[in-house]
Design a protein around this ligand. Structure first.
Ligand SMILES: O=C(O)CCC(=O)C(=O)O
Length: 199
């Protein structure tokens, strides 16, 4: 991975696993990509089954794979959509900066602060376990909270600003959980793209 332009997240214990570029793209570019993705994406709301009851996931999603592969997590199967020109452009920019390889991307739309993502790690067996995940944020800044699976530390938080890139490097998913908590005072939308390497 290229380290010259990175700003390491100052969080004790994850210095070698989390890398944060606050200004991966400018505020203007961030608005430009946000508007295109908001309008061109076929957003849908997944449902997960909880104690036999179907519950809507509190955000909208869209899964895109260069290999036309679906992606399953928490019992949800995400059928594959193709890459648009914009997704391809962002994918290339991220691969060029990080020198990492990806073949798919999950888009999340948090319509406002009521939308969220619960504690989890991206450790599905269909993902390359040694590969990194690159997470691009557009729109409203949101807190990204992490805590170690072995409960050795309290949770820590990073504000993911518009235009920022966060890279989660192995073994982060083995050892840590992350989430985007609900924030009632946030009224703007956020789009997050996590570029992944599916096996
Ligand atoms: O929205 C984010 O920044 C986190 C996304 C995430 O954790 C995921 O897609 O698995």
């Amino acid at each position: 991975m290229l380290l010259s332009k990175d700003t390491r997240a100052a969080i004790h214990g994850v210095e070698s696993m989390l890398f944060y570029w606050p200004d991966f793209i400018s505020a203007k570019e961030s608005r430009y990509f946000f508007n295109i993705l908001l309008n061109e994406t076929k957003w849908h709301q997944e449902h997960i089954s909880f104690w036999g009851k179907s519950t809507p996931v509190p955000r909208l999603t869209s899964w895109h794979s260069q290999q036309n592969k679906s992606y399953s997590y928490s019992g949800v199967v995400n059928p594959s959509n193709s890459y648009s020109k914009t997704l391809y452009q962002l994918h290339q920019m991220i691969e060029n900066l990080t020198q990492l390889k990806f073949n798919s991307v999950l888009l999340n739309l948090y319509r406002d602060g009521e939308d969220s993502m619960g504690w989890h790690s991206d450790d599905e067996v269909t993902l390359d376990q040694h590969a990194s995940i690159a997470s691009l944020s557009l729109g409203a800044a949101r807190d990204f909270q992490i805590k170690p699976k072995d409960k050795s530390r309290k949770l820590s938080s990073i504000k993911l600003a518009a235009g920022s890139l966060l890279v989660m490097k192995s073994p982060f998913q083995d050892k840590w959980l992350h989430r985007i908590p609900r924030r009632k005072n946030i009224h703007e939308s956020r789009i997050n793209l996590t570029f992944r390497l599916l096996l």
